[in-house]
Design a binder for this molecule. Sequence first.
Ligand code: UTP
Length: 281
Amino acid sequence: MKPLRKAIFPVAGMGTRFLPATKSVPKEMLTVVDRPVIDYAVREAVEAGCDTLIFITGRSKQAIANYFDRSPELENELEEKNKTEALEIVRNIIPSHVNCIYIRQAEPLGLGHAVHCGAPLVHPDEYFAVLLPDDLIDGYQKGALQQMNEVHERTGSSVIALEQVSWDEVSQYGVVAPKNEHQIPIELAGIVEKPKREDAPSNWTVVGRYILNGKIMQLLETTQRGAGGEIQLTDGISELLKTETILGVPFSGKRFDCGSKAGFLEANLHFGLGLLKRGGR
Ligand code: UTP
């Protein structure tokens, strides 16, 4: 089995929940302490071994590409001023062996459609990762994707990250039907996007981390609009489940929903307090 190397970051969403800030700043560039939200997901992917980062972007998202580009003028200026610590930070945003590729999603037709925009770069027999930067995860001892990749390498299966939420919240998420929820990793019997509470097959919900068989790209080609009138990744995964085993991994770590104001503030408090405890300023 080939090692996991490619990671797709769908970042073409409108970010309406953060208006007016997102009128000019992509929500992925809002900062949690001193790093943009997207930086955390990128580090997690690189830590898990990915060296090809595919960003599915949309209008007014240029700031993301600028952030991951080298910046010779800034680097020269910092060097001349002997600001070595700042220079190191700017130079080490991503390691030099990592490539960033940007694809435009011309119309925001949904997460499944966004992932499918990466199809020309994914071979049907390779596994690739999808990371939704809104879900910022402070992994316990290692990153969530790394934890999932260990399960993927051991089993050869597609893997998705799971979290158990209160039954009041299930209708906001993709929800899985576990074959046996006491056996970890949890084998999926089904998956459904944003079900009503009374229809939800469990309270195990999908977190924005996936390792998927490249075959899903072909399935997404014909996936019809689903919940919210959008082409849903969950529906593609449901199709994939008809032909292969998919495992759910309840990762160890803390997740913050940085797509919401409350989650974003909580993430800032969590990482900010961590910095203060270490004596940082
Ligand atoms: P959300 O459903 O959170 O949508 O997308 P959004 O537009 O980003 O945010 P709000 O609700 O307007 O505030 C979940 C993820 O899927 C991506 C988003 O960028 C986000 O990472 N996405 C969604 C796309 O890339 N394209 C789409 O068509 C839809």
